[in-house]
Design a protein around this ligand. Structure first.
Ligand code: G
Ligand code: G
Ligand code: MN
Length: 328
């Protein structure tokens, strides 16, 4: 039974999460038993709270792995093990890359190249995402500057922003500082955020997006269609582009449900004056379907995988950064 308390006219509930360790199997002294029950309690909280969990030896292994990953990630930034790859966003009108998405990589000393899917969550949970995100933005701006100095016509770089970064009170201030320090204009940047970042603190979010827009920065909705299903944010906020999630692109043109979803997104976005980028385009059949249905901007292995800056430059040097260069 859950009791509730009425405080200031609000109904408050208290629930308990319990971790259990057993003598002598889980430990023979009080400190080991306490540590193990603590680990089990965190599992209980993670599994939805208000329940209990018995300690299992693999919980300890997971906790150790997490801890060593956390220490390694803290060092990664200091030791220069983080690096950036760039994936072209191609526009068939003009046949040029009109943007690059910046994707974070971690060159781990023992485990090789690690993708963000393995460490972004940990970076968010430990707060490391803040210094990593600032490093990434500064690094991206320095890269823009370097390319400009070499005479390239640099398109916008699209940077993924995690919810934790976006909700920072000083996010705009930080961006302005980085732009000033590196001498890069806001209209060289796009920020990619996900739908879920837009549902909380509506007033605050409107203000933040307005300020970013005044700096010339564009906003893309990443993984569009996979998050929050309330579409009213599309008219409420200053948004430029929606990126169709690659899970919808994967099985077209064969899958009638996916084609229906893609058709609907394209019609709606264009009616609202939004640009659309289809993600995860891997073959000609997918591209043909998308083109036929009015999509003009694409990203995916069909054109290019994410590459280091030096590889991107090689493609640039061949024939300007054109569609032909990308496909051949
Ligand atoms: O190329 P890839 O496997 O690296 O990216 C996997 C996921 O990680 C993508 O969903 C992408 O949005 C996210 N990601 C890549 N780089 C960054 C980053 O710099 N910051 C954040 N928050 N997410 C990123
Ligand atoms: O969620 P986000 O859109 O930021 O994801 C970018 C991720 O998609 C990166 O991990 C990138 O490596 C991956 N990616 C880019 N193009 C393709 C593609 O054509 N197919 C697949 N399967 N993944 C892709
Ligand atoms: Mn993205």
């Amino acid at each position: 039974m859950q009791l509730h308390f009425l405080i200031d006219g609000k109904e408050l509930h208290i629930s308990g999460s319990i971790g259990i360790s057993l003598f002598p199997n889980d430990g023979e002294d009080i400190w080991t038993l306490l540590r193990d029950s603590d680990i089990a309690m965190y599992h209980a909280k993670k599994n939805g709270r208000n329940n209990c969990e018995f300690f299992k030896p693999e919980m300890n292994r997971q906790a150790k792995e997490r801890h060593s990953m956390e220490v390694a990630l803290r060092n990664a930034l200091k030791r220069g093990e983080l690096l950036l790859h760039y994936q072209p966003i191609v526009n068939i009108n003009g046949g040029k890359a009109d943007g690059f998405e910046v994707l974070l990589r971690w060159q781990h000393p023992d485990d090789g190249l690690i993708y963000p899917i393995k460490f972004i969550r940990l970076a968010e949970e430990t707060g490391m995402i803040i210094p990593i995100g600032e490093w990434l933005m500064r690094q991206s701006c320095l890269q823009i500057k370097a390319w400009q100095n070499q005479g390239y016509e640099v398109p916008r770089l699209a940077i993924n922003l995690s919810a934790i970064q976006f909700r920072q009170k000083i996010i705009v201030e930080n961006i302005v500082r980085i732009l000033d320090k590196t001498g890069v204009k806001g209209h060289y940047l796009t920020l990619e955020i996900t739908e879920s970042e837009l549902i909380e603190n509506v007033e605050e979010t409107i203000k933040t997006l307005q300020q970013l827009s005044e700096l010339g920065i564009e906003i893309s909705i990443d993984d569009f269609g996979t998050g929050y299903s309330n579409l009213s944010f599309l008219k409420r906020y200053q948004i430029n582009t929606s990126k169709i999630d690659r899970s919808f692109v994967r099985d077209i043109p064969g899958d009638p449900e996916d084609t229906a979803i893609i058709d609907a997104i394209l019609v709606m976005a264009h009616a609202l004056g939004l640009e659309v980028i289809a993600e995860g385009v891997e073959n000609e059949q997918q591209l043909a379907y998308l083109v036929l249905h009015g999509c003009t901007r694409f990203q995916g292995f069909y054109f290019s995988e994410p590459l280091p800056a030096t590889e991107i430059e090689k493609k640039w040097k061949i024939r300007g950064y054109s569609l032909l260069t990308l496909i051949s």
